[in-house]
Design a binder for this molecule. Structure first.
Ligand code: IMP
Ligand code: MG
Length: 174
């Protein structure tokens, strides 16, 4: 059965905003190299589009985590499925996520990654649902879009592993 998807943020608007965030990162990291950590799988489309538009030198690494939980709630108990290939010591790290929801995944991840002694570590997300935040300590440095509490797909985000490839952000209509 084919689901009906309502467009929440168009492809044009997403790309325009990513260009703005990339320009801001390029300014903030002037004279430095930025080490982007893509959180798989959801962060992959955003990371690529962001990296292409950043004008300071960029290196990339990938991490895959799963958050145990029931249904759509993450528990905050995070299992590392694929760890980074490179050490973080002395690097200017930017974690690139698809969406911050409860913040449980990121709160846990930040703690682990800080222990690896990066020069600094910042957080960049395509989408933020602040209404859903449980972990208030999660501070987002770069946000493309703040969205209401709706389940969204596209641009890397999935519903049952589907729709990651949509070039826009949409809501699956029930
Ligand atoms: P958190 O630990 O609750 O912040 O979980 C964040 C993760 O939940 C994201 O990386 C997504 O994989 C998933 N997630 C949260 N909201 C959505 C949504 O609206 N659509 C798709 N995935 C979501
Ligand atoms: Mg995810």
């Amino acid at each position: 059965m084919k689901d009906k998807i309502r467009i929440l943020i168009s492809e044009e608007d997403v790309n325009k905003k990513i260009s703005e965030i990339a320009a801001q990162i390029s300014r903030d990291y002037e004279g430095k190299e930025v080490h982007l950590i893509c959180i798989l799988k959801g962060g992959v489309f955003f990371t690529c589009e962001l990296a292409k538009r950043i004008t300071v030198p960029v290196s990339l690494d990938f991490m895959s985590v799963s958050s145990y939980g029931s249904g759509t709630e993450s528990s905050g108990v995070v299992k590392i499925i694929k760890d980074l290939d490179e050490p973080l010591a002395g690097k200017h790290v930017v974690i690139v996520e698809d969406i911050i929801d409860s913040g449980r995944t990121l709160a846990y991840l930040m703690e682990i990654l800080k222990q690896r002694n990066p020069a600094d570590i910042h957080l960049c997300t395509l989408l933020d649902k602040p209404e859903r935040r449980v972990k208030k300590q999660v501070k987002v440095d770069y946000t493309c879009f703040v969205i209401p509490d709706e389940f969204v797909v596209g641009y890397g985000l999935d519903y049952d592993q589907k729709y990651r490839n949509l070039p826009y952000i949409g809501v699956v209509e029930q």
